[in-house]
Design a protein around this ligand. Sequence first.
Ligand code: FCA
Length: 326
Amino acid sequence: MKMQRRAAFALALLASPFALQAAEPVKVGFLVKQAEEPWFQDEWRFAEQAAKDKGFTLVKIGIPNGEKMMAAIDNLAAQKAVGFVICAPDVKLGVAVNRAAKRHNLKVMSVDDQLVDGAGKPIADIPHMGISGYEIGKQVGQGLLAEMKARGWKLDEVGVLRVAFDQLPTAKNRTMGAVDALKAAGVPAANVVDAPQAKTDTESAFNAANIAFTKNAKFKRWVAFGLNDEAALGAVRAAEGRGIKQDAMLAIGIGGSQTALNEFTKPTPTAFYGTVLISPKRHGYETAVAVYEWATAGKAPAPVTLTAGTLMTRQNQAELRKQMGL
Ligand code: FCA
């Protein structure tokens, strides 16, 4: 009798609309501009971890352009997602993102690239987690200076290649941080060569660096950097193609994902000397949780969170990545 009553109760629960509602998982979107880039793959991986830990479903969508981005937001709304994390293909799409999110009643938070309005000002009501670009850029510059000193290079003889993507504020901050650190130590401003890249991938950096090297053949030694590991690597590959090898070239990236690790595990060191390791774990995990908790528990994320980095080379890579839980 007791058993029968219990079974009947369970059946009634299953049939009730509440039981059905509770069974439907909460969905959170995670939209990234360059899904093929190892950094974003890592971010997604840690966001997946967050979804598993907290019990929500992560919807990952690559958004290489504005059209795909708008379609992805509509798609999330159709799937009844509660919100999304976004690294947009162009930060100037900020107003459009904000409008679409509000129209669909979706919570939105940006990661890596802070969204701006028509006047280029950060959109205050979209919470953001990014890296402290200028500081991390300074670390790049200081890392280059230390290695130049170790090699006995004269600061005024070295060409400084800044692979630039100045339309993205965090990219400009990062590379200008490096330039300022180098200048503060005595590198002449005239030695800084800008190589503007069309996109933030290795191929675009390679093309930009090639042009810059051709125009500035007077420098026999170079240091190079850009907004990420792909930018630094493009410069290294372009230099190699012109016979400027590891003994005359030094590059430090930003990131520390697979792009950098591939270089570090090559048997012979390349000119890709190091990277400033940043945390895809924090960026992926914490933003996904923040949007989930904002939508389900009304807990709004901090308006802006900026994360730090640490210089990583062949020597300390294993230890450092372990320390950061990577
Ligand atoms: C930007 C860059 C990425 C990565 C991220 C933290 O989005 O394009 O490569 O560096 O910031």
